[in-house]
Design a protein around this ligand. Structure first.
Ligand code: ZN
Length: 1065
């Protein structure tokens, strides 16, 4: 393929921020010798002031309520001098005068919003066959009881005043600290159950000086346009063109947009190209005629490093509407000031196009990735719990949105206007509060639901099944004791592990025992239930052999408290491996096992999780019996999709039963051959469960790897019997959902369980024009049962900007989130479309999105230049890597089960996980400074970065390789393996020996840290350069040509460039 004008440029917002070293980073600038300099970045306007409010402008202060009697539970944003802008979280701008610093991002451009155009039809639509019905706004959950007036109206303390004066830092400090009162000062209606006093001052923020050096975003201090905002607050997007030449060039762009729409891409992906050997994508995979330097094309690693350098270790305050968070790979601390933490919600763009026409024109998917149980680092405040007692949560009468910072109080505090549907609601008497002269409730900072983006609420009985409080959930361990599992030693391994692992069942913080009950089942062709009631002296076994009518023979003794039955359970776990030691039974059932679990939860009237440890395809005569339907001849045909489609029938029904009961299924598979993962994993992937797969399991080499997974899975934080509803302000709505979920209707996302790794990707579409002034709001409400059996609501709110200028959208894009969306939507499309079509769509949409940017936001540039939006400059590498993943690669060399497994795993992933999967970390180990605590910086995933005399670690969250160059220095090999040379290494090694030298310690420490950090365990595979297994490693060098087809990043970029030029002509 030919890439004649190999001039790659992309917009550098950092042009204006050279002190960040962004521009200065030479790899990029090398690429354009002789080119007329940078394009004045339209997309490269002023930096989003992530921390902007704290860097510039006169400090403002928060005055604590004067009364000491009613100390606010919720301190105002203590650590930030500009606390008043916690109101910038997106509440309707008219609430606060400009002086108080609401963002006004969009005022620079007056809305050109046209009236509602037809709904956007992005190409992604073609991927989805899911028909979303009409949106019916209505209650996701039952209405709460009407508010009672029994409660005393809240007595207003003096309003927290926001003054913008120039008080000394010391005064701020003392004011700030006053809210940090002992817990007994909390008003009675707010519990802080499992949390320490709010840690409003992360370690790196020192109270006495409210602006410690590390909180001052350097770019704020110098970005010239920042000083053009209101005197006290940096305004992200000032009303006047910033003085910087780069930006002003951008602002010279003609009005809203160019001609509407683009001609559709001609023909199939690459069809017009006469390449000799089309890759799977259909375009030639050969090297470009003019070889580009790797350093001249955008590097994902560099982007991560730059973001870490810019935001690493800093505090991200969520007080600005439409604020783009740091990358998922950056270490930062979140302070909730009115919008949900990006750990909970991340968007593909933080500036929505005002109209569906614009959305259609740019084809940038509008989506939010919601991870409701995301783990928070220790220095971030856990969610507050609000309890309104019997009155229950306060909700809008019309749209049922929950009370949140986007509700605007009016009429002296007697009414509030819903930020989502604009309905004017009466404030319940018990909830009444006076407004201050700014129109804010004086208890603003005492109520999490008025001032925070994320919080929890105690749900009343109306939110419980049958109006009864739920029982705590239970975990049932179901062990396949057929021949394979017994012989491999797996059964003994599991039983031994459970003896200690059950002490670590999840529990509420500060409580000794876990309320989670446990039960045990073994099975092959029949099921064996065990009675381990504490009153017994010996465990009792009951066998059920009627697979057609599954029932639980001993409802009252089956699920027990581990502490109470510890002796019996340990006894049982010791006996099980021996009981089946001589088994010859190789056939298993599967669907009846899940059915038994559901029945057990029904009997016990609880939700819970099944841990199923299963070896082979269920071929025994029973419901859900499967047969081998793997057929490599289908690969690359129209029928390939059938390999990924689960068999309908009983498994479909089981999913529904499980979800209805709140029964989550985790499946640990130990196959030696094809087991039909597409079908077997169907129930787990609709119930919020996970599927783990250990091919050709051997205790010696895979035992630890498997146990790491089980331990994480048993201990992780999780909610049960969950239902999520996503509400939006007017003009757009959630239309599609991707995740380990079940959709009973078009709006309610049901999850039997949702744990800290599971994310739901929500796509949005316009149904009217959006308003630049008011922005756009999203509220996710997750109703679930806690581990101790409390029914709760977790509310996550996020406010976005809206703009009638596409440049704003491109500037506010989040590549990692975009890629998460494309991964999920394309993986779902696999069920319905030939892979070739899907890859074509991905390529076309990539080209189209970038061409639209080129056309509308960088039209002044030379036509031959490839110009990428700064926020999307590595978007192509991720898209190319996505197309090279095994589910989207039509190769007969790949295992159908492995492809199906990866497809399903990705559907539930959050942004971090898809990012890592699609761009692995390649870490050089041979030349690192072992004294340095930090691990070495990763390199680009390409052969060019390997060295014959090097040792590299590569991981992507699923696999981990240690690659040893054939000329590895003997001292390195000696240090790591205690052998003189590579030739002495044993094959099939999967663990490093524990040697007492700095190199060994350091490398093992890096590996251990990675294993701890990643959601799933990875098996370490040690490969020597030029050995056969090295091929497995090479397929993860994602910038290179794919092993099973697919082009290199360089070729892909050239191809996209060519497509863009075509689109533009
Ligand atoms: Zn409403």
């Amino acid at each position: 393929m030919y890439c004649p004008e190999a001039q790659l440029l992309w917009h550098e917002k950092s042009i204006q921020m050279s002190q960040q070293g962004y521009v200065a980073a030479p790899p990029y600038s090398q690429a354009q010798p002789g080119i007329g300099g940078y394009q004045g970045g339209f997309g490269s306007g002023p930096a989003q002031p992530h921390y902007g409010h704290y860097g510039g402008g006169a400090p403002s202060t928060f005055q604590a309520p004067l009364t000491g009697m009613k100390s606010p539970v919720l301190p105002p944003p203590v650590s930030t001098p500009s606390s008043p802008n916690s109101q910038q979280n997106g509440a309707p701008p008219q609430r606060y005068p400009v002086a108080y610093g609401q963002p006004l991002q969009s005022t620079a451009y007056n809305s050109m919003a046209s009236s509602a155009p037809p709904p956007a039809m992005q190409l992604t639509n073609q991927m989805s066959t899911m028909n979303i019905g009409n949106y019916v706004p209505g209650p996701a959950f039952q209405n709460p009881p009407s508010a009672t007036s029994l409660q005393q109206p809240f007595r207003a303390p003096p309003p927290p005043q926001m003054t913008m004066g120039s008080q000394s830092p010391n005064m701020q400090s003392s004011n700030m600290q006053s809210p940090m009162q002992p817990p007994n000062m909390q008003p009675p209606n707010m519990q802080l159950p499992h949390m320490q006093p709010p840690n409003m001052q992360p370690p790196n923020m020192q109270p006495p000086n409210m602006q410690p050096p590390n909180m001052q975003p350097p770019q704020m201090a110098t970005a010239p346009n920042m000083s053009m905002g209101s005197p006290s607050m940096g305004r992200p997007f000032p009303g006047a063109p910033p003085p910087h030449p780069g930006s002003s060039a951008g602002l010279q762009q003609p009005g809203p947009v160019g001609p509407p729409g683009y001609p559709q891409q001609a023909g199939p992906f690459g069809g017009h190209m006469a390449g000799p050997h089309p890759g799977p994508g259909g375009f030639p995979a050969g090297p470009p005629q003019k070889k580009l330097d790797l350093d001249s094309i955008p590097s994902a690693i560099q982007v991560m490093e730059d973001d870490q350098a810019k935001h690493g270790g800093q505090v991200f305050s969520t007080n600005i509407r439409g604020q783009i968070p740091p990358l998922v790979t950056t270490n930062f601390t979140v302070q909730d000031q009115g919008n949900a933490s990006p750990r909970f919600m991340r968007c593909t763009t933080y500036s929505l196009p005002c109209t569906s026409d614009l959305a259609k024109q740019c084809q940038v998917p509008l989506a939010c990735i919601v991870k409701p149980f995301a783990s928070l680092p220790k220095n971030e405040t856990p969610l507050y719990l609000v309890n309104h007692g019997e009155s229950g949560p306060i909700r809008c009468n019309r749209c049922k949105a929950y009370m949140c910072p986007y509700m605007q109080f009016i009429d002296g505090g007697r009414r509030y206007q819903c930020g989502f549907c604009n309905c004017s609601n009466e404030v319940p008497v018990f909830y009444f509060q006076h407004l201050d002269h700014m129109g804010r409730r004086v208890d603003l900072y005492e109520r999490p639901e008025l001032s925070l983006g994320s919080y929890e609420m105690v749900a009343t009985l109306d939110y419980c099944k049958n109006n009864k409080p739920p029982n705590p959930p239970a975990y049932i361990f179901m062990i396949d004791v057929s021949y394979n599992n017994v012989k491999s030693g797996l059964v003994r391994l599991i039983c031994n592990e459970l003896k200690t692992l059950l002490d670590k069942l999840p529990r509420e913080q500060g409580v000794d025992n876990s309320p989670v009950k446990v039960g045990f089942v073994t099975y092959n062709k029949t099921l064996h239930f065990y009675n381990v009631k504490s009153s017994l002296t010996q465990p009792q076994m009951m066998v059920v052999s009627d697979m057609a009518e599954m029932y639980v023979p001993l409802p009252d003794g089956f699920l027990v408290n581990f502490q109470e039955s510890r002796a019996l359970i340990c006894n049982l776990l010791t006996q099980i491996p021996d009981m089946f030691a001589d088994t010859n039974e190789s056939e298993t059932v599967f669907a009846p096992v899940i059915q038994a679990g559901v029945e057990a939860f029904k009997e016990a009237d609880c939700s819970g999780k099944l841990f199923i440890f299963h070896s082979s395809m269920p071929t025994a005569e029973a419901p859900g019996k499967l047969k081998n339907r793997d057929d490599k001849k289908l690969v690359n045909t129209e029928k390939e999709k059938t390999l990924f489609q689960p068999l309908k029938g009983i498994y479909e029904q089981l999913s529904k039963d499980c979800v209805a009961q709140g029964c989550c299924v985790d499946l640990f598979l130990f196959p030696n051959q094809y087991v039909d993962v597409a079908t077997m994993a169907d129930v787990p992937s609709h119930t919020g469960g996970s599927v783990f797969k250990y091919n050709n399991f051997q205790v010696e080499t895979d035992g630890e790897h498997f146990l790491r997974d089980v331990r994480k899975e048993v201990q992780k934080s999780i909610g049960f019997d969950a239902i999520m509803r996503v509400r939006t302000s007017t003009g757009f709505r959630a239309t599609d959902f991707f995740g380990a979920i079940h959709m009973k209707n078009t709006t309610d996302v049901e999850m039997a369980a949702v744990d800290c790794e599971k994310a739901v990707t929500v796509e949005f579409k316009h149904d009217d024009a959006l308003n630049e002034e008011t922005g756009a709001f999203i509220q996710c409400a997750l109703l679930y049962t806690t581990i101790s059996g409390q029914r709760r609501l977790r509310i996550l709110n996020l406010s976005l900007n809206c703009s009638s200028h596409l440049s704003e959208l491109y500037k506010s894009c989040e590549t990692d989130s975009l890629v998460n969306f494309f991964a999920k939507s394309s993986y779902r499309a696999i069920l319905n479309q030939p892979l070739k079509n899907i890859r074509e769509i991905l390529v076309n949409q990539t080209a189209h999105m970038l061409a639209c940017y080129r056309k509308n936001c960088a039209s002044a540039s030379v036509a031959s230049q490839l110009i990428l939006p700064d926020a999307m400059k590595v978007f192509p590498v991720y898209m190319n890597n996505l197309m090279k993943t095994s589910p989207l690669t039509g190769s007969t060399e790949l295992s159908t089960d492995d492809r199906a497994h990866q497809r399903l795993s990705v559907m539930a992933m959050g942004v971090e996980d898809t990012q890592l999967l699609l761009y692995p970390r390649l870490i050089p180990l041979h030349n690192m400074d072992v004294a340095n605590e930090a691990p070495p910086t990763p390199l680009r995933c390409t052969e060019e970065r390997l060295a014959d005399n090097g040792v590299f670690l590569l991981e992507n969250g699923h696999v981990m390789f240690l690659w040893l160059g054939q000329a590895s220095p003997p001292d390195v090999i000696q240090g790591l393996f205690n052998v003189p040379s590579l030739a002495h290494l044993q094959g099939n090694m999967c663990v490093l020996p524990e040697l007492d030298n700095p190199l060994s310690k350091k490398v093992r420490c890096i590996i251990r840290d990675l294993l701890e950090k990643r959601p799933k365990s990875m098996k370490l595979q040690i490969v020597r350069q030029k050995d056969k297994p090295e091929m497995m490693f090479r397929q993860f060098l994602v910038e290179d040509k794919g092993l099973h087809g697919g082009t290199s990043y360089m070729d892909f970029l050239c191809y996209v460039h060519r497509e863009i030029k075509q689109v533009l002509t």
